[in-house]
Design a protein around this ligand. Structure first.
Ligand code: SF4
Length: 379
């Protein structure tokens, strides 16, 4: 990748009217210097296309190049996928729709992220939240050998004023403790003096670094069925306890939520009737939320399990079975296809899955946020 030309403010602003309307909201209402900085960093300067979007190949990327800012209001934020694919191999992984099946490192990762950091400085891009890593797990086993997650976090520390909250999403928090990353997490948790948002974060008591740990099952039998390559429930609990003992902010993702027995079918059936392991009983959810309260997570995050079409290969048997179940729960006999995935019918999702879960959170006094709200409310 060659070094990007820096456009003058006028040249960069001249690109703005050509931006695809679905990204406009990010530019609207900003001072001209910020609009120019964003245009300089994200837009393809030399493109001859009449309409352009934030499509430059990068490591520190636009959060979601597919989403319309009205339906997916992510704003100006970054997604930093440290690896490609994921060794954890969860059956329900939404990233399987676009990520390669095999887990791998990114070639030249360190040089590329250095270049992105240099460009953020050179173009004077205003700070934004950074999310690491939504389509892979930055703490999957190869981190022990390659250390790309650590390298990325160290680069962020060196260029801290370019970022606001850093969120590390993982199913493997114990590895961070084992590899001695907690000191680095602590340093990232406070914005340094002189950071444009330091006073605001301090006044509001916002941590500038958080680990979102996915702990979607309470029984390891369910974890082994739906997420066979991922760390065990016990390992994740141990990792979360280590983070919390060190004062690191943790968000617990009880995510995704699954349907449970008895299913609202006529006649009533159970998960086993569809060849599925019971994923989350009400007792499991109660224990998960109680654990969240006990260790003092900031809040819990949830969404509904979606079934995607894989980029390559066949869907895992668990997902084929879940699709049969979705069909049985749909009045038309056809599962709902929305936003690139099959979903539970809205009424079933709400009454059978979401409301009981929110009831449990309420009983434990634990705040629950829907996945999208959690994203857009991360400052
Ligand atoms: S840990 Fe996340 S990215 Fe990795 S396979 Fe599981 S759901 Fe996908």
């Amino acid at each position: 990748m060659s070094t990007l030309d820096a456009l003058t403010v006028q040249e960069a602003l001249a690109l703005v009217p050509r931006i695809d309307p679905k990204y406009h909201a990010v530019w609207e209402g900003r001072p001209a210097a910020e609009q120019a900085a964003l245009a300089n960093y994200f837009l393809p300067h030399r493109s001859a296309k009449p309409m352009i979007g934030p499509t430059r190949p990068r490591v520190v990327k636009w959060y979601c190049p597919f989403g319309h800012q009205h339906s997916f209001p992510s704003g100006h934020r970054y997604c930093i996928n440290v690896y490609t694919g994921c060794a954890h191999g969860c059956a329900y992984c939404y990233a399987a729709a676009y990520e390669p099946e095999a887990a791998n490192s990114k070639s030249d990762f360190e040089r590329l992220i250095d270049k992105d950091m240099a460009d953020l400085e050179r173009f004077d891009v205003p700070p934004a939240p950074g999310h690491m890593s939504n389509s892979t797990d930055a703490l999957q086993p190869m981190e022990e050998r390659l250390g790309h997650c650590r390298y990325a976090l160290e680069r962020i520390r060196a260029h801290r004023r370019r970022f606001s909250t850093i969120t590390l999403l993982t199913k493997n928090p114990l590895l961070a403790a084992k590899l001695g990353y907690i000191g680095l997490f602590k340093e990232l948790s406070v914005l340094p003096p002189g950071h444009p948002r330091a006073a605001e974060f301090q006044a509001k008591g916002w941590p500038a670094f958080q680990v979102e740990v996915t702990l979607e099952f309470w029984r390891d039998e369910a974890r082994a069925f739906y997420a066979p390559g991922a760390p065990s429930v016990q390992e994740r609990i141990e990792g979360i306890r280590a983070l919390r003992a060190a004062g690191i902010a943790v968000v617990l993702r009880i995510d995704p939520l699954f349907p449970r027995s008895p299913l609202p079918t006529v006649p009533a059936k159970g998960m086993a009737d569809f060849g599925l392991c019971e994923a989350q009983t009400l007792d499991d959810l109660d224990r998960l939320v109680a654990f969240a309260g006990e260790v003092g997570v900031r809040h819990v995050v949830f969404s509904l399990v979606k079934i995607v079409k894989r980029r390559r290969g066949h869907a895992p048997e668990a997902m084929e079975a879940l699709l049969r179940l979705y069909r049985a729960l749909s009045p038309s006999g056809q599962p709902v296809w929305r936003g690139g995935s099959w979903r539970l019918p809205e009424t079933v999702a709400r009454a059978h899955v979401v409301e009981p879960f929110l009831g449990i959170c309420g009983q434990h006094g634990v705040q629950a946020k829907f996945c999208m709200h959690n994203l857009i409310e991360t400052p």
